[in-house]
Design a protein around this ligand. Structure first.
Ligand SMILES: Nc1ncnc2c1ncn2[C@@H]1O[C@H](COP(=O)(O)OP(=O)(O)OP(=O)(O)O)[C@@H](O)[C@H]1O
Length: 280
């Protein structure tokens, strides 16, 4: 068996198609206004307007003109969801994420984030889009000569936050990720799991409504990975929408969250409380 059938997918797409038609530009402001606070409470999942809409999105890289990296993808993601993006190597997961942060543009179709069409978004607006999307990567991407505090503070400095905000929010977020005792350590003095916690803290310190993680546990052992996923679940419970691209079968099968599966650029499954579902 290569895939679990896609009952969940068609139901989702049929029920929610056309939802972005009612969007207005005003919603970008609403997105910023509704930033979640960093309190770990059980907040029920929200429905309503999608945070992300892929509308018949195809991406063809010039180097591979006959092999679309993504092929006619249509889906919606709603505020407060926790989603796994799964698929074999080369199935298009990173391309999906890179398009969300407007690192690459679709060849065809439209992507809306909080009602703003990324296809027609002016370049000067891209940094504002990225303020609303926290990103976590497999290789942490920490600044090696800065301390834990400075790495996280830097994310606020570059968007012009005041010293007062930095002094308040950085320790708060480092407490949330369990690193309150490591503020003055440099990355090379931390374990892999701790470094990933720093990168998660950096991604959420500005309280973005959306957190996107590309293989966040790819470099970590199973127990440390579990801790990172627990943290991502806690962040999700604050109301943050969390999207995780992963190869971690055990994690996906244990957590039973929405699963979006890609196979050679095609959306093959979109399943609530899904499983990993590919043969290794
Ligand atoms: N910059 C690029 N130029 C040309 N082709 C690319 C580029 N980036 C990705 N591709 C191709 O697009 C397809 C999808 O790649 P992508 O990196 O999105 O997959 P992935 O699922 O993230 O893979 P992995 O799990 O290995 O990270 C692959 O065939 C890949 O070779």
């Amino acid at each position: 068996m290569t895939n679990v059938p896609s009952q969940g997918g068609s139901a989702r797409q049929a029920g929610r198609s056309g939802a972005h038609a009612a969007h207005s530009r005003q919603a970008t402001t609403q997105l910023s206004a509704s930033l979640p606070v960093l309190e770990v409470d059980d907040i029920p999942q929200q429905a309503g307007t999608p945070v992300i809409t892929f509308d018949h999105v195809t991406k063809v890289y010039p180097a591979q003109p006959n092999k679309p990296a993504l092929n006619d993808i249509t889906l919606q993601i709603y505020a407060g969801e926790f989603i796994f993006l799964v698929g074999h190597s080369g199935s298009g997961k990173s391309t999906f994420i890179r398009m969300l942060i407007r690192e690459v543009k679709p060849t065809q179709g439209h992507i809306y984030v909080a009602d703003e069409d990324l296809t027609s978004m002016r370049n000067w607006r891209v940094p504002y889009l990225r303020r609303n999307i926290g990103c976590v990567f497999q290789d942490f991407k920490l600044l090696p000569n800065k301390t834990v505090f400075e790495n996280v503070a830097f994310a606020l400095e570059v968007i012009g936050k005041s010293r007062h905000v930095i002094k308040t929010q950085v320790p708060e977020v480092l407490r949330l990720v369990g690193l309150q005792d490591k503020l003055n350590k440099r990355p090379d003095q931390l374990s892999g799991g701790e470094q990933q916690r720093v990168s998660i803290a950096r991604a959420i310190v500005n309280r973005p409504p959306l957190l996107v993680c590309d293989e966040p546990t790819g470099n970590l052992d199973p127990q440390t990975s579990r801790g990172i996923m627990d943290l991502l679940e806690r962040i999700n419970r604050t109301g943050t929408t969390v999207l995780v691209a992963t190869h971690d079968r055990e994690m996906v099968d244990n957590m039973r969250r929405r699963v979006i599966a890609l196979d050679r650029g095609h959306l093959t499954r979109d399943q609530d409380r899904g499983v990993y579902g590919f043969d290794v």
